[in-house]
Design a protein around this ligand. Structure first.
Ligand code: SAM
Length: 282
């Protein structure tokens, strides 16, 4: 690939089938991503620990002692580790090898029994019904509409009747803004996408018909090697989330106020938590 590929690329952005997600599950990429999860200088991979502590405190206040919690897309286990240390029985699932290695090391260091599984959340099946299943930080929106539906049905099947779903989602507006962002470039002496120094060009597109934002990154090294990375985010309107959850037998859907679940100054008005209960009668 050379610069001509960028100059003559089709616009608006079209992502190839393998460009729907950043490569979370590639070992080297996941190692670089882990450094960002651990950073206390920013909130974009995981939130800073002070905020996570507040969110964990809120979850712990809702559940009986020893409740079973499943964290889908648990990353390096920042939530599961803190919840397990409060006596909850935790499982964390993530397909990032570096994140799961880190989570396992930390659990061992703290002598906590946490089940971690390196797997795609769409395929993981819990062996015991769960009291609470959580998917935080807008991860739900990286799934296509079809996958999101499948995931909700899969989550419902792993919850006990009356069990809780805690789903932190992007607002419609936040996803639309991602798709309508102007093209930009930055120099990356060390970067997330490539270990070597590179220039990173970013283009985005919003598709109103499918309600999806696409982002395409072109990473160009000094020797002229160019690699493409992509990511697609699905937007749902507030009322669409409600209909979706009802369809999969979730009831008592409520939106948590900011004081219960502070989303962080970078995410005010772009992320919020939906809390729902699996119907008792199924
Ligand atoms: C933004 S990070 C958030 C991590 C964690 N929830 C936190 O807040 O610290 C999203 C996580 O979801 C994981 N992930 C994304 N898609 C996934 C999938 N299909 N199966 C498993 N893990 C996935 C990524 O590897 C990453 O660790």
């Amino acid at each position: 690939m050379d610069l001509n590929d960028i100059i003559h690329a089709r616009r608006p952005v079209t992502l190839a089938a393998n460009e729907q997600k950043i490569p979370w599950d590639e070992p080297e990429f996941s190692q670089r991503m882990l450094e960002n999860h651990l950073s206390q200088q920013h909130d974009w991979a995981s939130r800073r620990f002070s905020l996570i502590e507040q969110q964990v405190e809120w979850i712990a206040g809702q559940l009986p002692a020893g409740a079973r919690i499943l964290d889908l897309g648990c990353g390096p286990g920042f939530y599961t580790q803190r919840l397990a240390s409060r006596g909850f029985r935790c499982t964390g699932v993530d397909f990032s090898p570096a994140a799961i290695d880190h989570a396992r090391r930390e659990a061992q260091r703290a002598d906590l029994s946490i089940h971690y599984q390196q797997q795609d959340v769409r395929r993981f099946v819990a062996t015991t019904p769960q009291d609470l299943i959580m998917m935080t930080f807008g991860e739900f929106n990286v799934f296509s509409a079809g996958d999101a539906r499948h995931l909700l049905s899969h989550i419902a099947s792993q919850l006990r009747p009356g069990g809780w779903l805690l789903l932190e989602v992007h607002t419609f507006q936040a996803v639309q803004n991602m798709g309508m962002a102007q093209p930009r470039w930055e120099s990356c002496p060390q970067g997330l996408f490539l270990a070597e120094p590179h220039l990173l060009l970013t283009e985005s597109a919003w598709n109103a018909a499918t309600q999806t934002a696409s982002t395409l990154w072109w990473a160009i090294t000094p020797s002229g090697v160019t690699r493409r990375f992509g990511s697609q985010t699905q937007a749902w309107r507030d009322e669409e989330y409600l209909v979706l959850l009802e369809q999969y037998d979730f009831r008592q859907v409520q939106r948590l106020p900011e004081q219960d679940w502070p989303s962080g100054s970078d995410f005010t008005d772009s992320l919020y938590v939906l809390l729902a209960r699996k119907a008792q009668d199924i």
